[in-house]
Design a protein around this ligand. Sequence first.
Ligand SMILES: *Cc1c(COP(=O)(O)O)cnc(C)c1O
Length: 406
Amino acid sequence: MNAPASPAPARPMARGRMFFANPGPTNIPDSVLLATARASIDFNDPAFLAVYDSCVAGLKKVLKTTQHLFMYTASGHGAWEASLVNTLSPGDLVLIPETGYFSDSWAKMCGALGFEVRMVPADWRRGCEIAAIEAALAEDMAAPAGPRIKAVCCVHNETAAATRLPIEQVRAAMDRRAHPALLMADTISSLGCYDFRMDEWRVDVCVGGSQKGLMLPTGFSFTGASEKALAAHRASTHPRHYFDWTEMLARRHKSFVGTVPVTLFYGLAEALRLMLEEEGLDNVFARHARLARAVRACVQHWSGNNGPQLFCQNPERYSDSVTAVWMPEGHDAEAVRRIALERFNVSTGGGLGKLAGKVFRIGHLGDLNEPMVLGTLGAIEMALGLAGVPHAKGGVQAAMESLSAG
Ligand SMILES: *Cc1c(COP(=O)(O)O)cnc(C)c1O
């Protein structure tokens, strides 16, 4: 019989939820999804303004700041751009500690926007040395014409390498050298996952986005700005309009040049309620730390028999929101990801930039619990076996023991 050809489904009909272990976007809690299922409302309607104002207050609590917050209808890249063009002027020099794909992307953006970039080179598997950052600052302070570096742009959680850069130590290095630059931090994949303290660490500009630790759909991002950043803004001559903070400050919402993404704020109000009231921020951080330890215990177990390893080789820099897994020589990370997805309905993150095919990434941030992590690890362990990747069996057992220990 000649049946008409129909396209084969990408994977068999899968029941149950896809286990989503990407490091962004992340799982969205059901109550947040439901909260966003609302009819449109005028963004100047008092009923909406009450929700909006409570979201601004809640988001400042998550950033641990009492200073300024500017929000944009854009993904994290938009908030990066907004932060740069509002505080710097063409030709300004920025210092960027190398951490991985995201520090390099931010540097690329700086170059495209007309800033001069100086990188602090680093091994992606170990993270940027604070001493190297401090040496670059010291050299700049000693320049005969005075310091030129206007901003130090750090990625708090380097999502591509799964490493953490301790921002408080960067602040301490700047203080030791009495360097006057602005301290900027990309907290896109750490905020709501592990501790970040904008005011205490005297971060001048910090960038966050909706679709990672905040457990929301993609679509809005924001900048926390210190008084010092605002002063820099007043002196900045960079052209801008959509992202202009002065334009924003003249508006009722003190943010958004253009339409406010109203439904996302209904979701944000619920996400903030979950984080700040129902679970509590410290418990959110403790949960991420616990799940991250279990994932690392699993990968460290797999590394026996010349198996895959933790990409990060510096335990002080382990990320609590994502783990990157370094494949043994001659094995393709994409093959493992494909089997995990097509056979077991588990979605993981791929390697970015020069790590493509060499690592896969397990996102463990946002709306996630122990059985979800175990299910993900179990699927990956099966995929390693099916892809013929050498590894020590029993990684999931190691994760179970880690979780049982608390
Ligand atoms: C996801 C991410 C970005 C980019 O954000 P988009 O929302 O995709 O534009 C930037 N920095 C880090 C550290 C990220 O994890």
